[in-house]
Design a protein. Structure first.
Lengths: 112, 112
């Protein structure tokens, strides 16, 4: 079945450091891939998405590229801020069923 | 974009009782899903709410525990039946509209 695996957290970085959160997936067909962010005490927000191989999603300085050959969708940001501290969820949406399947989430803590 | 109204936003319930959560969308949507997010965990898909037919449940979830209704293309309910403290969680509805995914604000349920 479809599944998403993220690197375990928490990830602790200093402000302005480079961020990578790894995400790999298993899926049949041609899924769409997403990153969602959940700030403390808030609901889920869509951060970025990519709908086909080699697409790059980007938003708020975050980027992720849909890599079909490595079945990956790693999240990157060149310079993190304290305000980026949150839980980040990688997800895929099945092209067959429309279901959104989430990874386990990775907590990012950015220290000043 | 679809606007989702989910209620109640939170509730505290006694063991053995049931709670019905409502999800109202401001436009007709093709697909509606119900998720659970247990404390400190990722989102887990409970079921797909099908208009005019029985919901499709994921492994580990059954209709007797989580009956779902979807009488039309804009509305769905999820009931958490015979609650126990293990059901304490955030429950979210999600819809697909215009090829995009939207989440309700969630219902935070605490079972004593």
């Amino acid at each position: 079945g479809n599944s998403v695996t993220q690197m375990e957290g928490p990830v602790t970085l200093s402000e302005e450091a480079f961020l990578t959160i790894n995400c790999t997936y298993t899926a049949t067909g041609y899924p769409s891939l997403f990153w969602y962010v959940q700030y403390p005490g808030e609901g889920l927000q869509l951060l970025l998405k990519a709908t086909k191989a080699d697409d790059k999603g980007s938003n708020k300085g975050f980027e992720a590229t849909y890599r079909k050959e490595t079945t990956s969708f790693h999240l990157e940001k060149g310079s993190v801020q304290v305000s980026d501290s949150a839980v980040y969820f990688c997800a895929l949406r099945s092209s067959n069923t429309g279901k959104l399947i989430f990874g386990q989430g990775t907590t990012l803590q950015v220290k000043p | 974009s679809a606007v989702i109204s989910q209620k109640p936003s939170r509730d505290i319930c006694q063991r053995g009782t049931s709670l019905t959560i409502q999800c109202q969308v401001d436009s007709q949507v093709t697909m509606m899903f119900w998720y659970r997010q247990q404390p400190g965990q990722s989102l887990t898909l409970i079921a797909t709410a099908n208009q005019g037919s029985e919901a499709t449940y994921e492994s580990g979830f059954v209709i007797d525990k989580f009956p779902i209704s979807r009488p039309n293309l804009t509305f769905s309910t999820l009931t958490v039946s015979n609650m126990s403290p293990e059901d304490s969680s955030i429950y979210l509805c999600s819809v697909v509209g215009n090829e995009k995914l939207f989440f309700g604000s969630g219902t935070q349920l605490s079972v004593l």
